[in-house]
Design a protein around this ligand. Structure first.
Ligand SMILES: *Cc1c(COP(=O)(O)O)cnc(C)c1O
Length: 483
């Protein structure tokens, strides 16, 4: 730092206004009105501290220098910084992003986007009152979620259904209500962790049921289960290890075999199916994911699953099965603690409506799964063309999209993605620039390249993807070419 620099820094420090001066500056009243007195004052203090720290980082101020608080420009700058800070705090949260990863059910990006009908149902329910626990015809209290439960029983073939907050809650409730204090048999190959800390042994412990491990990691036989049954056994728990696959010398009994054994010995077969597949995924060119109706047909007494995985709806946990067992779960104190809210019930009802009418492609998750390769490729080519027109070296290559969300591990859909030559910037830095765009564009890094997959980009978002890339690389030209 030269003496000149140091003098300028000292002057800049002196010019920083006091908080009182800032509160009297033009524009301050608007800031207080827009954001509230306390948050606005806090934000002004924070931006002053920030500016002071930045100046001090390069300089020790001369304590004898006379302060000059009358610098309007400095005050204006602080007010603008405070407004930006407050606006960022009040921005929609979680912030909307564009998913160009090609991972359809991306747990970190909020899993399933909702259908137009589900969004409408949420808006209508949120804006006013709704007969959530009210029988409109009878004019008195009614059961919560009854209409959604009726759709669930019709679509799955179950006797009864119950909707709770998420599938982790559904499994916890099922085990707490039906197995507390007793033994539950589970194959060692199914003692799994399902992302985000859902560990089957922990959930079992929390429910008060006692875990009895049977078989081995790769192979468990029906006779292993049979040998482990005691007078204390309440149930066999079948967990669909949806997020990994054991390949090679591996095997487990089918749900139907387990159901037959359980029922012969007076036990329940409880089945954590997970993904909530109601349709045959094989019809979409994917491996056959076990479905909820098949689990029930095989003889499971209760099946649990998520609302926001392959079902394609809102976050929810669903229990379907025998009416006497579902009623025990419904009356358990935990049921009240983990119940679904009215917005989730509204969105779930609308999503299930698509299954009822057979208009599956209206469910975004299934629309993306079913989207033909040609269609994805045409969009990728269009993006690449627009990027090349803006002077950016973009090409398209064949790649894979994934279902994700702990469903169908290793299964992919053929897709076509845009690859951008990142130049000197590097793929990681380009990805970071894209994440800093408005709205953020999240791509997928693969083999040192940044891929943008149109399959998971919603209708109408493509333009923002192209704009994001152009903006990200423009910034690079500015830095490299300095002007
Ligand atoms: C996803 C999953 C869960 C957890 O469900 P959440 O809805 O995320 O709580 C539990 N079990 C299985 C088998 C799953 O696939």
């Amino acid at each position: 730092m030269t003496p000149g620099d140091s003098g300028r820094a000292a002057a800049a420090l002196r010019d920083l206004p006091s908080i009182d001066r800032l509160l009297r500056a033009p524009g301050a009243n608007e800031l207080l009105a827009d954001f509230g007195r306390a948050p606005a004052t806090d934000a002004l203090r924070a931006t002053l501290a920030e500016a002071r720290a930045a100046l001090l980082a390069g300089h020790d101020p001369d304590p004898a220098a006379p302060p000059d608080w009358e610098v309007v420009a400095a005050a204006r700058e602080r007010l603008a910084a405070a407004r930006e800070r407050l606006a960022a705090r009040l921005a929609p949260t979680p912030p909307p992003v564009i998913n160009a990863t090609g991972i359809i059910i991306h747990t970190n990006l909020g899993r399933a986007p909702l259908s137009a009908a589900a969004i409408e149902a949420i808006a209508a329910t949120a804006a006013g009152y709704a007969a959530l626990e009210y029988d409109v015809a009878a004019g008195r209290r009614g059961p919560r979620g009854a209409a959604v439960e009726a759709l669930l029983t019709e679509l799955t073939g179950a006797e009864a259904a119950l909707v709770v907050n998420n599938n982790a809650a559904a499994v916890l409730l099922m085990l707490s209500a039906l197995c507390r204090g007793r033994e539950v048999l589970i194959s060692r190959g199914q003692l799994v962790e399902i992302g985000g800390g859902f560990r089957v042994p922990d959930v079992l412990a929390q429910s008060g049921a006692r875990l009895v491990e049977v078989g081995t990691t790769n192979r468990t036989h029906l006779r292993d289960y049979a040998a482990a049954i005691t007078a204390d056994t309440a149930a066999i728990l079948l967990v669909h290890h949806s997020n990994y696959k054991i390949i090679g010398f591996a095997g487990e009994p089918e749900a139907a075999e387990l159901a037959a054994l359980a029922h012969e010995r007076g036990l329940l077969l409880l089945y954590d199916q997970g993904s909530g597949a109601l349709l045959d995924t094989a019809a979409y060119g994917l491996a056959a994911e076990p479905t909820v109706p098949n689990g029930l047909r095989a003889g499971a007494d209760v099946v649990t699953f998520s609302g926001d995985k392959l079902l394609g709806g809102p976050q929810a946990g669903i229990l379907v099965g025998r009416v006497d067992l579902i009623d025990i779960a419904r009356r358990h104190p935990l049921a009240r603690a983990v119940r679904a809210d009215k917005l989730a019930l509204a969105a779930l009802g609308a999503t299930l409506g698509h299954y009822l009418t057979g208009r599956i492609a209206e469910i975004p998750v299934w629309g993306m799964i079913a989207r033909p390769l040609d269609d994805v490729a045409a969009e990728a080519e269009a993006w690449a063309g627009q990027l090349r027109a803006a002077g950016i070296a973009a090409t398209t290559v064949a790649a894979e999209s994934f279902v994700g969300g702990g469903s169908l591990p290793g299964e992919s859909l053929p897709t076509r993605v845009v690859v951008i030559a990142p130049g000197d910037l590097g793929a990681e830095a380009l990805a970071a620039r894209l994440r800093a765009a408005t709205p953020p564009v999240i791509g997928r890094l693969h083999d040192g390249r940044l891929l943008l997959d149109p399959r998971t980009v919603l209708a109408g978002e493509g333009e923002a993807v192209v704009r994001g890339v152009v903006g990200a690389l423009r910034a690079e030209w500015r830095v490299a070419g300095s002007g």
